[in-house]
Design a protein around this ligand. Structure first.
Ligand SMILES: O=C(O)CCC(=O)C(=O)O
Length: 274
């Protein structure tokens, strides 16, 4: 019997067909237990304010001394730490995302470290990622949610996908991404979609389409919930000004900045594939 490589990145026709149908794909393990431990330690170090590269993440939403039960959320942590950079720009993820999006090349859009402490965190409202990224003109985006610990219990506040919702088009942005209000999206008459909790083992990666509706609940368990998220775009995606975003502010401070209509490029968007 053939044993699948732990780092198999070629997708089968069956996996591609399910992706088209459901709008998500769960893969892996993509990272070994040792790699996961190293990446999680790096994320914790950056959360403590220790920056191996000397550079801070672009956005820090939690600092030591802040509310211990709050979600720890930091964006573009790859700028602060080499291990995180290797993980979120991994060729393994890039290759899988390229097949899912049907893109000749993949760039990192941004990363996000998310930690929901035991008995903590908040509801993440139902949303579509591309709705926040309207400065990316084409919906050729994919979110790659890397589990840095087992999320095998619905009490841990796993992400929940609304299966097939990527076919419903673009919804308006929810009023705030976090809080106690779930703000369920209104589906077309007669549409019934399955809510799928994303239960994964450490090292697995959950990929979802830029239009897939998803959210998550509080962590009411005694286990922590750790993830580093790699949001990626096709290398063909172009810049369309109009909706402000951290990436736009950052790229405008750099010499290689795309003009409207040009492809994203420059050090803000590291190339991951090929
Ligand atoms: O991890 C979560 O609870 C939500 C993450 C999310 O919305 C995303 O990665 O797009």
């Amino acid at each position: 019997m053939a044993v699948a490589s732990p780092h198999r990145t070629d997708l089968t026709e069956g996996e591609m067909a399910l992706w088209q149908e459901r709008g998500y794909h769960i893969h892996g393990p993509v990272f070994s237990r040792e790699e996961v431990d190293e990446i999680r330690a790096a994320c914790e170090e950056v959360t403590e304010g220790l920056y191996e590269t000397g550079n801070p993440p672009d956005v820090v939403n939690w600092r030591p001394g802040d509310e211990p039960l709050a979600v720890r959320k930091l964006d573009n942590t790859w700028k602060a730490n080499h291990t995180i950079r290797r993980a979120v720009t991994s060729r393994r993820i890039g290759h899988i995302a390229a097949q899912l999006i049907g893109a000749p090349s993949i760039r990192l859009w941004h990363d996000q470290y998310l930690y929901k402490p035991p008995q903590g965190g908040k509801v993440v409202t139902w949303h579509q990622d591309w709705a926040y990224w309207q400065m990316v003109a084409e919906c050729q985006t994919c979110t790659c949610w890397i589990a840095l610990g087992d999320v095998t219990n619905v009490d841990q506040g796993p992400m929940v996908y609304l299966e097939g919702s990527h076919k419903l088009g673009l919804y308006k942005l929810p009023e705030g991404i976090s809080g106690d209000d779930e703000q369920k999206p209104v589906l077309p008459n007669g549409t019934r979609l399955r809510e799928v909790p994303v239960l994964v083992k450490a090292g697995q990666v959950a990929f979802h389409h830029g239009l897939l509706l998803h959210g998550s609940g509080k962590n009411v368990s005694k286990q922590p919930r750790y993830a580093i998220v790699s949001h990626v775009i096709s290398g063909e995606c172009t810049y369309k000004p109009g909706q402000p975003h951290m990436n736009e502010t950052m790229m405008q401070q750099q010499p290689e900045c795309p003009a409207p209509g040009e492809k994203f490029r420059g050090p803000q968007f590291p190339q991951m594939w090929p």
